[in-house]
Design a protein around this ligand. Structure first.
Ligand code: GDP
Length: 322
């Protein structure tokens, strides 16, 4: 059977790593991206004519329905959406439309137009809010503490409903923070890696951050794209935590990044209170035992590898700056 994938949010960090993987596995890959999205993350794949890009809006129901009917995907990876937590406090309604309602709309389209397709929904650790237990598992209660987490909790639960009550092959991957040189610039790891490189090159003098005590479970985006794909190759659908099981503070990320460029972080780090969020989970760490057991996925890269890769990429970019 032909392997045809449809990825929403194809031009983002995860969409680009997933496209690479699926092309290497022999798929025809269709990707949806907004009219305004940059092709930077996909530039190295554009000569491959098995990658087919479709500009459009995840909110445009009739266009999306037509697209799914035309493509006839065997696998759908739903990655699109406003993914920035801080921004979700400023734009809660847009976030809910973009993350929650858009997922429900896609589930409806798949149910009626491509019911045999397998669907992966990129859920988030933010559904757990200030978690009831450490580490979190697939059965940890959802109790989100920001608009993004609320929208993701709705989308996650709906994906389960379409699987358990309406027989779709639908999976939630509950993704913990995952980083790479392609991470959006408003995420803290990219901001830190960039500042370390630019300060080392004499292009900047300080790094301003908000809550540096927050602890996150940081993995590598390419590892997590592999987990998404492996999840859909199983006999039966399910929900899976996708995490490393290790936790590090923002401060540890800063120290590790500055150490790579031979600088002491304390000399450049400033706390900017305006970057503090109305609420911020103190610690998130996932227990990925279920996906290891049932799917056979384990992360290949460690925290130190991720920091190293990101700082190296930023040093290259900073070096090219006049
Ligand atoms: P998130 O966990 O999905 O919200 O990913 P982020 O990379 O945006 O944030 C990770 C953690 O870094 C959160 O606890 C933030 O509060 C904290 N943080 C501290 N300073 C900053 C900053 O300047 N920008 C961002 N994005 N996060 C920051």
């Amino acid at each position: 059977m032909a392997k045809i994938a449809f990825i929403t949010g194809v031009s983002g960090q995860d969409g680009s790593y997933l496209s690479e993987l699926l092309l290497s596995e022999g798929y025809e890959v269709h990707g949806l991206l907004r009219h305004a999205s940059s092709l930077q993350n996909l530039a190295h794949l554009l000569t491959d004519d098995r990658l087919k890009l479709h500009r459009g809006d995840i909110q445009d129901e009739s266009a999306l329905r037509r697209l799914v009917a035309e493509i006839r995907p065997t696998e759908i990876y739903h990655l699109a959406g406003q993914t920035n937590v801080a921004r979700s406090f400023e734009l809660p309604i847009e976030t809910v439309h973009d993350v929650a309602i858009a997922t429900l709309r896609l589930l409806e389209i798949v149910r009626h137009t491509a019911p045999a397709a397998r669907l992966f929904h990129a859920s988030s650790a933010e559904i757990f809010g200030n978690p009831a237990e450490q580490p979190q598992t697939e059965t940890t209660p959802m109790r989100p503490i920001n608009p993004y987490g609320c929208a993701k909790a709705f989308a996650t639960q709906m994906t389960s409903v379409y699987r358990d009550s309406l027989a779709l092959f639908a999976c939630n991957g509950i993704l913990y923070n995952h980083e790479s040189p392609r991470r959006g610039e408003n995420f803290v790891t990219r901001k830190i890696a960039r500042a370390a490189a630019r300060i080392a090159r004499g292009l900047e003098r300080e790094l301003k951050l908000g809550n540096i005590e927050a602890r996150r479970d940081w993995g590598a985006a390419d590892d997590y794209a592999r987990a998404m794909w492996m999840t859909l190759q199983q006999q039966a659908p399910g929900d899976y935590i996708i995490a490393t099981g290790e936790t590090h503070s923002v401060r540890e990320f800063v120290d590790a990044a500055f150490a790579i460029v031979g600088l002491k972080a304390d000399e450049y780090l400033k706390i900017d209170e305006t970057l503090l969020r109305p609420s911020d989970p103190a610690q998130m760490v996932g227990d990925a035992a279920k996906i290891a057991r049932e799917v056979g996925w384990k992360p290949a890269k460690k925290f130190g590898d991720v920091v190293q890769e990101m700082v190296a990429a930023e040093l290259k970019l900073a070096g090219a700056t006049p």
